[in-house]
Design a protein around this ligand. Structure first.
Ligand code: FES
Length: 164
């Protein structure tokens, strides 16, 4: 094979390699430009850490020792990329010593429990789970007590802390 032809072939191969490399780099750039923002968009809510917030519920004089009271309130909550007003319900139970705040979400599958004052029990309407008036699971499928939220009393007002 003449030497000139050999050089021509080598140049052709190098040119092809170079073109392949350039196309590969462009493709990687395009993939990064398309996929990067999608991943960032999808993962952004994961970076929104839930924060504890103290919420004033009511005057402490509105609940007597031995009483369980259902309290409804609403909060602005970050939901993905929006702040939306969300309604919540908790039960406050007052003893001689303190006030506890019980979350109504059943610890079995999350149905909302009802308080039956005549029986001093929380009963779940979904599968019949029963909790005493402090939220301790007594019978049925719930595997653990109802969740509690921290409570503080300041200047005659009952506050609870919750993550939102
Ligand atoms: S969800 Fe409450 S007992 Fe099943």
């Amino acid at each position: 094979m003449p030497k000139d032809n050999l050089n021509q072939d080598n140049i052709e191969i190098s040119r092809r390699k170079m073109m392949g490399l350039v196309v590969g780099v462009i493709n990687l750039g395009l993939i990064g430009a398309i996929v990067g923002p999608m991943v960032g968009f999808a993962a952004a809510p994961l970076g929104n850490k839930r924060k504890s917030r103290w919420v004033e519920l009511m005057d402490e004089s509105r609940i007597k020792p031995g009483e369980v009271k259902e309290v409804n309130y609403s909060l602005l909550v970050v939901d993905g990329y929006h702040e939306v007003e969300q309604k919540f319900t908790v039960f406050l139970r007052r003893s001689e010593e303190d006030v506890i705040c019980i979350d109504p979400a059943c610890t079995h599958l999350g149905c909302r429990v009802d308080y039956h004052a005549d029986q001093h029990k929380f009963i779940c309407p979904c599968h019949g789970g029963v909790f005493d008036d402090e939220g301790t699971n007594k019978s049925g499928p719930p595997p653990k007590p109802l969740e509690r939220h921290p409570v503080k009393i300041e200047a005659g007002k009952i506050w609870i802390s919750r993550e939102v």
